[in-house]
Write a protein that binds this ligand. Structure first.
Ligand SMILES: *Cc1c(COP(=O)(O)O)cnc(C)c1O
Length: 364
């Protein structure tokens, strides 16, 4: 089955084989060494300075990493502003609500960017804001939010930036030299091409030194995980096979030319999908310049429902992804993460042509 959903991804054979590593006790030095290797490799993806930044691994999905970041790095006396232009921005708002963090959320239309004007306006009326949380790649639509322009507004207001980079880490640009950037949350099973099971946060050491005390959470307390991982230890039982897979997937990423090469590969594949679908009258939801390299959403052709499209593609060996929330009846999504070959995309486009023809409909 070819997975075209935004994670979990189709694994490469070398990553799949790595899952079968030896049994390990997490209280033995062998695990400590494995964890250290993975932490170093994560920093190396963006050439991040280990003197200023600490990579902290958290068992769980991408949401666990985002929740750990928000709960642990907004201090008790802090105030969080959330900019949301999709499901994942709204999820950060839910996290703040559940964690009882003083916050305000600005919900923007899903077909619009998180604009710096909007942010400036929100900060103008809320002088107590200490942190801004934003999604880098809003997977709801495939939109890449412009972190640089948001960081500029934060600079003027003395606000720190917490970024959900769950679906962009490993492919899209992230500027760790940006002084406003305080932490980035990511996951093993999207652009890094490993299995689900591990989230991580790369946080400024200075922010970890302050953090939230007393903690709002026990198992997602980054300060606690950081303290343990700094001495090659672990707070709780880690998902060891997921560590094996992530370690190998990060080696594979480096062997393939790193993040820039991976992004270029995604761009090539999604351009091919876009041009092939366009020939069938299926148009992208966002302009290419607004889209990430990771995922694009497309308008469902008139008369062709998502269920039929999904089921017909699944019969032919492909999993695509539905639109979320208010877009469920309008769009479908295709991401090109994971072990996808050029021929897979050609077969996909062949399958689309068959289905569109059989349904006797094109948009034109
Ligand atoms: C996938 C995703 C998440 C959450 O991921 P889970 O692994 O399902 O918890 C959070 N943010 C973004 C932007 C995502 O794409």
């Amino acid at each position: 089955m070819i997975l075209l959903n935004p994670g979990p991804v189709r694994l490469s054979e070398r990553v799949r084989r790595a899952l079968l590593g030896p049994d390990l006790c997490h209280r033995e030095p062998e695990f400590g060494a494995l964890q250290e290797r993975v932490r170093r490799q994560l920093l190396a993806v963006y050439g991040v300075d280990p003197g200023s930044w600490s990579p902290i691994l958290v068992a769980g999905s991408g949401t666990s990493a985002v929740e750990a970041m928000i709960a642990s790095l907004v201090p008790r006396e802090g105030f969080l502003l959330v900019l949301a232009n999709g499901v994942y921005g709204e999820r950060i708002e839910s996290i703040a609500r559940v964690q009882g963090i003083p916050h305000r959320s600005v919900r923007l239309a899903w077909d619009r960017p998180c604009s710096s004007e909007e942010l400036a306006r929100a900060l103008g009326t809320r002088r107590e804001v200490s942190h801004l949380a934003v999604v880098h790649h809003e997977t709801t639509t495939g939109r890449l939010n412009d972190l640089e322009s948001l960081a500029e507004v934060c600079r003027g207001a003395g606000v720190e930036l917490l970024v959900d980079a769950v679906s962009s880490f490993g492919a899209e640009e992230l500027d760790f030299a940006c002084p406003e950037l305080t932490a980035v949350a990511g996951t093993s099973n999207k652009c890094l091409h490993a299995t689900p099971g591990l989230g991580f946060v790369i946080a400024r050491r200075s922010a970890l030194a302050r953090g939230c005390a007393p903690p709002r959470t026990l198992s997602l307390d980054l300060l606690r995980h950081h303290a343990e991982q700094e001495r090659a230890s672990t707070a709780f039982t880690p998902p060891i096979p997921a560590f094996y897979a992530l370690c190998e997937a990060l080696r594979e990423l480096a062997d393939g030319g790193g993040r820039a090469a991976r992004r270029a590969r995604y761009v090539a594949l999604s351009e091919r999908v876009t041009s092939g679908l366009r020939e069938l009258g299926i148009e992208p939801y966002l302009a290419a310049v607004e889209s990430s390299a990771v995922l694009r959403s497309y308008r469902l052709p008139p008369g062709l429902g998502y269920e039929i499209l999904h089921d017909e593609l699944k019969k032919r060996g492909f999993i695509i992804y539905a639109g979320q929330g208010g877009l469920a009846n309008d769009v479908f999504r295709i991401s090109t993460l994971g072990e996808i070959a050029d021929q897979d995309i050609e077969r996909l486009l062949g399958a689309f042509a068959e289905i569109v023809r059989a349904e006797g409909r094109t948009a034109r």
